[in-house]
Design a protein around this ligand. Structure first.
Ligand code: COA
Length: 327
């Protein structure tokens, strides 16, 4: 493959745990209501991994589906990246667990990448760069998270937001005769915002009584940064490629909050129907959110050959990122 060959998404897949936790059930755990959660977030239910399901098993499920969709075997993969902020273990990486589960060959680079909810877009950008170097041919890029393992089930301000799942894509040289390709990507991170959204315990920093392994968040501030970060990255990507929002057939945003997605649609001056939303059924699944939504969008016929797509994310860091894709 010459470095100049276009790189395209060759297949998509996803995996969500079977266990559904709806808002009424949550209302029995904390002082909340179905009405409050739907009005403020758009979320109706989320999935919860249980019975031995882990980030790695969900990632493997999504990866297997994406390989089948691409018509490739695990032996074709020489680059495997799992974007996650909830790895099964500090080491080895989730990617190495997935490698074994799927039977990906030994001569494959396997590693995890953590950019929280922006992780999938970060991983896509990195995989694209490595494939474009000509040193790798086919990448399996997975976003998988089990954020319910980091949720404080007594904190109503956060526990209603998150769910578990995984989504995956296969990247490789565009098929002959196809115009399908990755067009551009842009990543970013906002300095000085680490404390707005974090899991303050569980890493290698000294343990303190306050450093719990649960998500803490300043919701309103995250909200403002999320809207600004996604709008700016969308604007930059479109402008530098000579495109307008009107040319986007479908936007697949990070699925965190319906109000954030509405703000983005307004900014892009796009009819709401062009934004793909499935957060009412999954909540915020972090790095899984965009590939899970992309897989559903494609399988439901919302994305067609030749369509211009924008993937756009934000997350802890705070990080953000976007990618333009010709399907
Ligand atoms: N059920 C009922 N009431 C709740 C509640 C819940 N689950 N969570 C918070 N409340 C209460 C608050 O205590 C507050 O009560 P008060 O007015 O008596 O103090 C009131 O609802 C309003 O809370 P507020 O935080 O102002 O709500 P909000 O409109 O900002 O919505 C979020 C809260 C979290 C939904 C919103 O800020 C948000 O989505 N932020 C972005 C978060 C995000 O996307 N994070 C992931 C990034 S990847």
């Amino acid at each position: 493959m010459s470095p100049a060959s276009p790189i395209a998404i060759l297949g998509t897949g996803s995996h969500a745990p079977a266990r559904i936790l709806n808002n009424d059930e949550l209302s029995r755990l904390v002082d909340t209501s179905d009405e409050w959660i739907i009005t403020r977030t758009g979320i109706r239910e989320r999935r919860v991994a249980e019975g031995g399901e882990t980030t790695a098993t969900m990632a493997a499920g999504a990866g297997r589906a994406a390989l089948a969709d691409a018509g490739l075997s695990p032996h074709d993969i020489d680059l495997l990246i799992v974007a996650t902020c909830t790895p099964d273990l500090p080491m080895p990486s989730t990617a190495c667990l997935v490698q074994t589960a799927l039977g990906v060959r030994e001569r494959a680079a396997c590693f995890d990448l953590n950019a929280a909810c922006s992780g999938f877009v970060y991983a896509l950008d990195q995989a694209w760069a490595l494939l474009a170097s000509g040193r790798y041919r086919h990448a399996l890029v997975i976003g998988a998270d089990k954020l319910t393992s980091a949720v404080d089930w007594t904190d109503r301000t956060t526990c209603v937001l998150f769910g578990d799942g995984a989504g995956a894509i296969v990247l490789g040289p565009a098929r002959p005769g196809s115009d399908s390709r990755l067009i551009d990507a842009q990543l970013g991170a906002i300095p000085g915002t680490a404390e707005l959204l974090s899991i303050p315990g569980g890493g290698a920093s000294p343990a303190t009584p306050e450093a719990r392994r649960c998500i803490t968040m300043k919701g309103k501030e995250v909200f403002k940064h999320a809207v600004r970060g996604m709008e700016e990255v969308a604007r930059d990507l479109l402008a530098r490629n000579g495109l307008t929002g009107a040319e986007l057939a479908c936007v697949v945003p990070h699925q965190a909050n319906l109000r954030i997605i509405h703000a983005l649609a307004q900014y892009l001056e796009l009819p709401y129907e062009r934004i793909f939303v499935n957060l009412e059924r999954y909540g915020n699944t972090s790095a899984a959110s965009i590939p899970l939504a992309l897989d559903e969008a494609r399988r439901s016929g919302r994305v067609k050959s030749g369509d211009l797509l924008l993937l756009v994310a934000f997350g802890a860091g705070l990080t953000y990122g976007g990618a333009l894709v010709r399907w």
